[in-house]
Design a protein around this ligand. Structure first.
Ligand code: FAD
Length: 517
């Protein structure tokens, strides 16, 4: 055999442990790429236990989900219809920073750069000189759309000035997992229902060789993907990868989730409202509104948290709130030997900014990029762990920023957040922005400059200085640019359909095409 010939070492069976969002989001692209080719047989098997079930939350996403769906070749309207999805232009923050505060973190910028200098720098210059400068959000297309409950996708082929935005989705997590399950199984993925009670490992290498199910069945494999949720059945239970605890920066450790009846005016955004010991989410779907309270049980009781959630007037509760506990942090290594952890088994930063599903997309993409043979070279694991470790940390810093930059002192929770220690990487980002208006992007695959600007300014950080090169641009040109763009955005948004009407249209078009077929 040629020493470069890896064919004989190819993995013949990938076993995915868990059939939650992570499990099926992993199975779908693996089945698409690897299953069903008789010349290169490779089975993709998902083992799940209905008895344990899935976490059943995780319904808001980032725009990157569109690239994930597109790579699978999913039809947009069919996906919207089958998963009860709505469109997400960003997050409305209420009472964050200080009580009564409201701002929007949209998936878009604040207009194009002028003379190569970011729009927010020119805005800071004008805002420093003129009292009546309107809020920066007026130049964020998704923020203006959200304010008016409008939605239409941007023209991505020949984008104009008012197409500078993106969008993600809100969807029913269990319907999305089922949608991907059907997709994967049509492409040859296998599904085994059963409870794993034992993990067998090779006595010398420590590689996982098989899973034993309670009914006595054995499931062998060459590569195991641990999507078993917080349990980390393989990555922690068998391989003891270790967990880095981030709760000193991210003190929330509990959630109560409750489905509610839909309320009129389907909003094209997630709402996050700060409360005395955490925050409440509101996620609009076609058939219901998801509400949940994320809080720290060191600062409030579960009973009080439940009352706070049920006092929120957005829709009648359709069920009893469901309690969840978590520990923020990440697995020290998410790829060890022939086990790769994806989803909650790899870590959890917390639900604010909906980054978990995005981290699943990244991990699945990286696994395919670094796909191993049966040797599972440790160099591949090291590279995967380096990239994923960086991604988790940049997400952590961005979320910690939301808590740290508070001026609220109305509860022990917010006083803790304001005074807590933060990672040095984040301290640098905040100080740089506060002093100069510049944003240090430490992870190019993470949140971009407009997201930091929206969050820091929204939370009340007004930079002391702006880019001095902005002064070289004639102030009348800058004024003209801002006035013209603001009018253009207002007019474009006025012509857009209401979000609810757009969603109904998508759903109707799928029904019409399935009737025609
Ligand atoms: C309160 C809260 C809100 C969230 N909101 C968002 C959000 O808005 N956006 C976002 O991107 N993310 C969000 N997340 C995260 C998101 O829910 C998860 O990333 C996502 O659902 C993936 O979960 P999972 O598949 O890793 O785990 P799970 O859904 O827990 O699935 C685990 C699977 O493993 C199986 N399993 C476990 N043990 C065994 C065993 N012994 N034998 C057989 N099978 C087994 C289970 O049956 C199940 O199928 C939120 C999380 C929480 C806690």
């Amino acid at each position: 055999m040629n020493s470069m010939d890896t064919h004989g070492r190819a993995i013949r069976r990938i076993v995915i442990v868990g059939g939650g969002t992570a499990g099926w989001m992993t199975a779908a692209p693996l089945a698409q790429r690897l299953a069903g080719d008789p010349a290169h047989p490779c089975e993709v098997t998902v083992v799940e236990s209905p008895e344990i079930g899935t976490i059943g939350v995780g319904e808001a996403t980032l725009p990157t989900i569109r690239a994930y769906n597109a790579a699978l070749g999913l039809d947009g309207a069919d996906f919207v219809s089958k998963t009860m999805a709505t469109f997400k232009l960003g997050i409305e923050f209420r009472d964050w920073g200080h009580a009564g505060n409201r701002f929007f973190h949209g998936f878009g910028d604040f207009g194009p750069p002028l003379a190569g200098i970011g729009a927010h720098m020119h805005w800071l210059r004008l805002a420093g000189a003129f009292d009546k400068m309107p809020d920066l959000e007026n130049w964020s297309v998704p923020s203006v759309m959200a304010r008016h409950d409008k939605f239409v996708p941007p023209n991505e082929e020949t984008p104009g000035m008012t197409d500078a935005y993106s969008y993600g989705f809100h969807f029913d997590a269990s319907l999305y997992a089922a949608y991907l399950r059907d997709y994967a199984m049509v492409r040859g993925a296998q599904r085994i229902e059963g409870m794993i009670v034992e993990v067998e490992q090779h006595p010398e290498s420590g590689f996982v060789t098989a899973l034993k199910l309670r009914d006595g069945r054995r499931v062998e494999g060459g590569l195991f993907v641990d999507c078993s949720g917080f349990r980390g059945l393989l990555i922690e239970g068998a391989l003891k990868a270790g967990y880095e605890d981030w709760s000193e920066y991210l003190p929330c450790n509990s959630a109560l989730a409750v489905p509610c009846a839909s309320v009129p005016a389907l909003t094209p955004y997630t709402r996050s409202t700060a409360k005395e010991a955490g925050w409440i989410w509101r996620i609009p779907l076609q058939h219901r509104t998801g509400n949940g309270h994320v809080y720290s049980n060191a600062f409030t009781s579960d009973e009080q948290a439940r009352r706070v959630l049920l006092d929120t007037p957005d829709g009648t509760a359709l069920d009893e709130p469901r309690q969840l506990r978590f520990l923020t942090g990440r697995r020290r290594k998410s790829w060890v030997k022939n086990v790769v952890a994806i989803g909650l088994s790899a870590g959890f930063v917390e639900p604010l900014e909906s980054t978990s599903i995005n981290l699943i997309e990244t991990a699945v993409g990286k696994l395919l990029e670094l796909f191993p043979d049966r040797d599972c070279r440790p160099e591949l694991a090291e590279e995967f762990n380096r990239v994923m470790g960086g991604r988790y940390e940049s997400v952590r810093d961005f979320i910690v920023l939301h808590y740290k930059l508070t001026s609220r002192d109305d509860s022990a929770f917010w006083r803790y957040c304001a005074s807590m220690k933060i990672p040095d990487s984040l301290r640098h980002q905040i100080e740089l922005f506060r002093e100069t208006g510049r944003v240090a992007i430490l992870d190019r695959a993470g949140f971009a400059e407009p997201s930091y600007v929206a969050m820091m300014m929204g939370l009340g950080v007004v930079p002391k200085r702006y880019d001095p090169l902005a002064d070289r641009v004639d102030v009348r040109v800058v004024h003209g640019h801002f006035a013209g763009l603001r009018d253009m955005i207002a007019q474009a948004v006025a012509r857009m359909p209401a979000h609810g009407a757009y969603v109904a249209d998508q759903a109707a078009s799928t029904m019409a095409s399935s009737r025609a077929a």
